[in-house]
Design a protein around this ligand. Structure first.
Ligand SMILES: Cc1cc2nc3c(=O)[nH]c(=O)nc-3n(C[C@H](O)[C@H](O)[C@H](O)COP(=O)(O)OP(=O)(O)OC[C@H]3O[C@@H](n4cnc5c(N)ncnc54)[C@H](O)[C@@H]3O)c2cc1C
Length: 453
C-alpha cells in the first residue's frame, strides 16, 4: 500500500488528506510540530478574546482521524532525504514515504530590526504564539492600570493580522500604537479610499495609528526585555510588548540548501509538483511557477490552501488535476467591518482600468468596482460592511459582463437584506451621475440567482 506523508496539519495538509482518503485506501500520515489536531488558524484571535476555546476551533472531532485511518504524528521534521524517501525528525526518529506533500505554512516576517528577538517581541501565527501572548500579556483583563503587565503594545506592519492583533489587545485594555510604513493602511492590497476607511475605523477604536512610520529598533530593559521602540524619525515610544505583523513568508528555511527548488516559496508546477519526483507543495508555502491569470505566485490565504489541498488530493489518487483556482476572492474582518473582494482590484496602478467608488455617509460601508476603461468589462469589486454572494461575482467575471450589467443586477449579488433595502439605489444613482449612464437597477430575482444560465 502506498504511503502518503503530509508535513503540516493546517488547512492545506488536512484538506489533501481528507480528499486522498475519500478516493483511496492509501496509508496517510500527517505530521505537525504545532498541535496534535487541526485547528482553525483564523480563529486564534477568538480564543484570546474569550469567544471560543481551543477545542471550539477544531473543525473535526478528535476521533475523526482514527476513524478515517489518517495517522497523526506530533514531530518536527528536521531534514528530508529525497533519494531514500525518508524524513528525519528532530527527536531522532525517521519515517519513509512514497509520496510527500509539503504543507508547511508560513512564519511572521522579521526584517533584521535590532531587538527583534528580545523577550516581549513576538509575531502572531502559531498556537505557540498565542500561548506566548497569554504569557506576555499576563492573562485576563486587569482593570487597575498599575497592575497591568502591558500598558502599551506597539504593532509593526499594517495588514490583516495586525488589525486582529490590535483588536485582541484592546479587549484586554492594552493601548495599541500601530506603525505602518506606507502612507495608508495595508497599502499594497487596499486602494486609497478603502485604506482610509479602515484607518478611520481603527482610530475610532482608539488605535494610535502612525502612517509613514517605520521601526528603527526595539530597546531592551536591563533584563533583556522590550521596554520601548524607536522609530526611524527618532521618536521613542514606551511599550511592554512589540507585535511583529509585517506580513508572513513561506516557512521554508529548514528545506533550503538541498535539491528542492525554492524561490520565496517552494516552486511548483500546475499540478503542484515540485522539481523532485513524488514531492508536492501546497498552501502558504507553495509558489506557483506560472500562476493563472489574475492570481499571484504566492497566496497565503485560507481558501487557496483549501483549493490546493483538494487539487493535490485528486492528482495523487489517479486523476491528475491542474490547479485552476478561478478568479481571486477573499474575505476578512476589520474589527466589526466585513471585507470581501472578488476579481482584481489593484491597490495602486489602474493602468487601463477605471474605478467607481461609493461610500455610505456613515463612513463604514463602501463599494469599489474596477472595470476596463476601453471595454467597460467588469474586473473586480471590494466591499466593506456589505455582504455579497461570491458565486454571483464569479459568474459575472466568467461571463465577462460589463460594469453596467453589474450595476443593473447588483441586487442579485446582495447577501445582506439591509443593503438591498437601503443602499443599492444610492450606489446606482452615484454611478449614473458619474458615468453619464441611465441604469435602472433590477429588483432581486431568486429565479435569476439560482439559474445556471
Ligand atoms: C491570525 C491569523 C489570521 C488569519 N486570518 C485569515 C483570514 O481572515 N482569511 C484568510 O484567508 N487567511 C487568514 N489567515 C491565513 C491563513 O490562516 C493561512 O493562509 C492558512 O492557515 C495556511 O494554511 P497552510 O495549511 O498552508 O499552513 P499552516 O496553517 O501554517 O500549517 C502548516 C503547519 O505545518 C507545520 N510545520 C511546518 N514545518 C514543519 C516541520 N518541519 N515539521 C513538522 N511540522 C511543520 C506548522 O507547525 C503548521 O502547523 C490568517 C492567519 C493568521 C495567523
Amino acid at each position: 500500500m502506498s504511503h502518503t506523508v503530509i508535513i503540516g496539519n493546517g488547512i492545506s495538509g488536512v484538506t489533501a488528506a481528507r480528499h486522498i482518503r475519500k478516493r483511496s485506501d492509501d496509508r496517510i500520515t500527517i505530521i505537525s510540530a504545532e498541535t496534535d489536531h487541526f485547528f482553525s488558524r483564523t480563529a486564534l484571535m477568538y480564543i484570546y478574546m474569550g469567544h471560543m476555546t481551543y477545542e471550539n476551533t477544531k473543525p473535526f472531532e478528535d476521533h475523526f482521524w482514527s476513524k478515517n485511518r489518517i495517522d497523526l504524528m506530533r514531530e518536527y521534521v528536521s531534514t528530508i532525504d529525497y533519494a531514500k524517501k525518508t524524513l528525519q525528525f528532530s527527536s531522532g526518529g525517521t519515517l519513509a514515504y512514497d509520496k510527500l506533500i509539503l504543507a508547511v505554512g508560513s512564519k511572521p516576517n522579521k526584517f533584521g530590526w535590532p531587538g527583534q528577538d528580545l523577550d516581549g517581541v513576538q509575531g502572531l501565527y502559531s498556537y505557540q504564539d498565542l500561548e506566548l501572548l497569554e504569557k506576555n500579556t499576563h492573562g485576563p483583563l486587569v482593570k487597575d492600570p498599575a497592575k497591568k503587565k502591558v500598558k502599551r503594545a506597539v504593532l509593526v506592519g499594517g495588514g490583516l493580522i495586525g488589525v486582529e492583533f490590535a483588536e485582541m489587545l484592546l479587549t484586554r485594555g492594552i493601548e495599541v500604537t500601530f506603525l505602518v510604513r506606507e502612507d495608508r493602511f495595508w497599502g499594497n492590497v487596499l486602494p486609497k479610499e478603502e485604506g482610509e476607511l479602515v484607518a478611520r475605523h481603527m482610530i475610532e477604536h482608539h488605535v494610535d495609528l502612525r502612517l509613514n512610520t517605520e521601526l528603527a529598533e526595539v530597546i531592551p530593559d536591563e533584563n533583556g526585555r522590550a521596554k520601548a521602540i524607536k522609530t526611524k524619525d527618532g521618536e521613542t515610544i514606551e511599550c511592554q510588548l512589540v507585535g511583529l505583523t509585517a506580513g508572513v513568508s513561506p516557512n521554508v528555511a529548514f528545506l533550503k540548501g538541498g535539491e528542492l527548488e525554492i524561490d520565496r516559496g517552494i516552486l511548483v508546477d500546475e499540478y503542484l509538483k515540485t522539481n523532485i519526483p513524488d514531492v508536492y507543495a501546497i498552501g502558504d508555502c507553495a509558489q506557483m511557477r506560472n500562476p493563472s491569470k489574475g492570481r499571484r505566485p504566492l497566496e497565503q490565504v485560507w481558501y487557496t490552501g483549501r483549493m490546493m489541498g483538494e487539487t493535490v488530493g485528486a492528482t495523487l489518487t489517479g486523476t491528475p488535476t491542474p490547479y485552476k483556482p478561478g478568479y481571486w476572492f477573499n474575505s476578512a474582518k476589520f474589527f466589526d467591518i466585513e471585507y470581501q473582494t472578488y476579481g482584481t482590484v489593484p491597490a495602486r496602478d489602474l493602468d487601463g482600468l477605471s474605478e467607481f467608488y461609493w461610500e455610505h455617509p456613515d463612513g463604514k460601508i463602501c463599494i469599489k468596482i474596477v472595470f476596463e476603461t476601453a471595454t467597460r468589462r467588469f474586473h473586480g469589486i471590494n466591499t466593506f460592511g456589505i455582504r455579497m454572494l461570491h458565486e454571483r461575482f464569479d459568474k459575472w467575471l466568467n461571463e465577462e459582463r460589463s460594469v453596467d450589467h453589474i450595476m443593473e443586477y447588483l441586487a442579485d449579488a446582495n447577501f445582506d437584506p439591509e443593503f438591498y433595502r437601503t443602499h443599492e439605489k444610492a450606489v446606482v444613482n452615484k454611478f449614473n451621475a458619474e458615468q453619464g449612464t441611465a441604469i435602472v437597477p433590477k429588483k432581486r430575482s431568486w429565479k435569476r440567482i439560482f439559474s445556471k444560465a
